[in-house]
Design a protein around this ligand. Structure first.
Ligand code: FES
Ligand code: MG
Length: 578
């Protein structure tokens, strides 16, 4: 266990409440205004619970009540819990894209923690961007914290068939566009695909990011796999409340947990689960907040050497997160990967990772495969570079058809998402299955916020010919539940003059995933001419947060943080004057 360097008189919150002066008296009197007295807060750690509940976030619907279980735990352990609501970032409801607001929530979390009389924090998140956002903010704030994952929703069900969030929606929608299923059948899918609170239950972005949070050491052991609707989730929440109080006296701050070793662990586990492509931007952003200089090349290396052993959709064929939990969950998967992990990395439990994995057992070896029998030997992620993406781009080889991993074909270029949408179902569209669909102006600055437009729909004409995959390239992202030969996050993006801006319809594009290359076969002279003709597109926002976003957002290969939030931008903000 960690030493106990702190006593109650050294609590940060005591600066607000303990002194015998007018300011502190005001603070005490305002807690009394809410019916508390010194017995509630005196000489006790004050625990902030950052709650991302909202009436428009179905993934976090249970947080409205689940927060009471966290409070119960805090009180049991002798702390004083305070709930601080933060924005919810509902992946389904918030437009144009939640990624536009990830850094907003990160800033909110950081400022809220630093500005209030608190000693530590519980971060309640799970729906896609909420996880990296809360963690980024809390790392920068620097106080002891535990991430409390929302947990996956129950499996989807349609006429006895298990439906997976996102993945099965895309699949059935293509069948509907191809004329293979009726409107009634589609309604059945709509009703059955999301049946309880909790985040998406494929290994999409939400499950990927909560698994990353756990393998970074930021959740209680096993927490990320527990389904939201399981009573174990309630008990875990109370345990989080108890544990965070202990962490204050241990002074177990994030810098002791997020290190090069834990980032490497998280990278390995992400790859072994067939992670969402979104993990790339979030992992880089979180690691860099902690001062760990993670790069796309590190992720490519991990992708090359890590087998995918979680047989969960979309990388796996059959199973969903509920099955993963019953098969032993992330602890069992990490135990299977033991030789590839730094077992001495510290976790919020107060024990190094290796100790938290003791006793973890795989109960179903088809769901969590042994390393000797993975579903893919490599291929969660690959980073390609070439004259089309000098700073890199990302593809998920495990999710695309084999024939497209080495491919050469003519480009069909769309300058915007509405332009693509208007054209894609046109029976006269001049396109073949060998074409490479290109979408630009959808990157961090161009989107702005890199909307999840990267899984461009297969043109109706091609669907009717029986094809279900084509090579697609963009500076956008795609949903973690998506699949197909989609090359994403092209950097630098077209909006700032990256080479993607210079491609024209008909140019031949060559992609070679095994050799990690992506090029347009256009000579340098022609490209120079096009570059000279190119003009900078206008930013979409002329005021407000969107304007600030466009001024300060970094490129995808740098994690899309704001430049002024990076660890080395300036001196740390320090403690507020009281
Ligand atoms: Fe919330 Fe997928 S919509 S996790
Ligand atoms: Mg998603």
């Amino acid at each position: 266990m960690c030493p106990m360097p702190k006593n109650a008189d050294q609590l940060r919150s005591a600066r607000w409440f303990a002194p015998d002066d007018l300011r502190a008296s005001g603070h005490r009197s305002r807690l009394m205004q809410m019916g508390y007295d010194a017995k509630d807060w005196g000489r006790k750690p004050i625990i902030a619970i950052l709650n991302t509940w909202s009436d428009l976030n179905p993934c976090h619907a249970h947080f409205k009540h689940r927060v009471e279980d966290v409070k119960r735990g805090v009180l049991q352990a002798g702390g004083f819990p305070v709930e601080l609501p933060v924005q919810s970032l509902s992946e389904t409801a918030l437009k144009p894209t939640t990624m536009l607001y990830r850094n907003f929530l990160a800033m909110e979390a950081e400022e809220l923690l630093r500005g209030h009389p608190i000693d530590g924090a519980v971060l309640m998140g799970g729906c896609d961007k909420t996880t990296p956002a809360l963690i980024m903010g809390a790392i920068s704030a620097g106080f002891p914290m535990i991430f409390l994952p929302a947990g996956p929703m129950l499996r989807g069900n349609y006429k006895g068939e298990h439906l997976g969030s996102g993945s099965d929606a895309w699949k059935y929608w293509d069948e509907r566009r191809a004329g293979n299923i009726t409107e009634d059948q589609w309604t059945g899918v709509e009703e059955g695909i999301a049946r309880s609170y909790g985040h998406c239950m494929t290994f999409g972005t939400a499950s990927t990011m909560t698994a990353i949070a756990e393998s970074l050491g930021l959740t209680l052991p096993g927490a990320s796999s527990i389904p939201a609707a399981d009573a174990n989730h309630i008990r875990m929440s109370a345990r989080v409340g108890r544990r965070i109080v202990e962490m204050i006296f241990e002074d177990l701050t994030p810098d002791k947990i997020i290190t090069e070793k834990s980032v490497e662990n998280a990278t390995t586990i992400a790859m072994a689960t067939g992670c969402s492509t979104n993990a790339v931007v979030h992992l880089i952003a979180m690691a860099r907040r902690a001062g760990v200089p993670l790069t796309l090349d590190d992720l490519d290396k991990a992708g090359r050497k890590t087998p995918i052993i979680a047989n969960i959709r979309p990388s796996g064929k059959q199973y969903l997160m509920e099955d993963f939990y019953y098969a032993g969950g992330l602890r069992a998967l990490m135990a299977e990967m033991k030789q590839r992990l730094h077992l001495d990395a510290m976790t919020v439990s107060g024990f190094p990772l290796g100790e938290t994995l003791q006793g973890a057992v795989v109960y179903n070896a088809d769901v969590i495969r042994p390393l000797s029998d993975p579903i893919y030997h490599e291929g969660s992620l690959a980073v390609l570079k070439g004259n089309l993406a000098p700073d890199g781009c990302v593809i998920k080889p495990s999710a695309c058809e084999e024939r497209l991993r080495v491919h050469e074909g003519p480009a069909l270029v769309f300058d915007s998402y509405p332009e693509m949408k208007a054209a894609i179902d046109d029976d006269d569209l001049d396109v073949s299955a060998d074409h490479v669909l290109v979408l630009r102006n959808a990157g961090p600055k161009g989107g702005p916020g890199m909307p999840e437009w990267g899984m461009l729909p297969i043109p109706k004409k091609i669907l009717k010919q029986g094809y279900r995959d084509m090579l697609r390239i963009s500076d956008a992202r795609m949903s973690g539940t998506s699949y197909g030969a989609c090359i994403l996050h092209v950097a630098p993006e077209s909006h700032i003059g990256g080479p993607l801006a210079l491609v024209r319809t008909g140019d031949i594009i060559r992609v070679d995933v095994p050799n990690r290359s992506i090029d347009m076969l256009v000579d340098e002279e022609t490209l120079a001419k096009r570059r000279a003709e190119w003009t900078v597109p206008a930013d979409k926002y002329e005021r407000g947060y969107g304007w600030m976003f466009s001024k300060h957002i970094k490129q995808a290969n740098d994690g899309c943080d704001f430049d002024f939030l990076e660890k080395d931008f300036g001196a740390a903000a320090g403690e507020p004057d009281i």
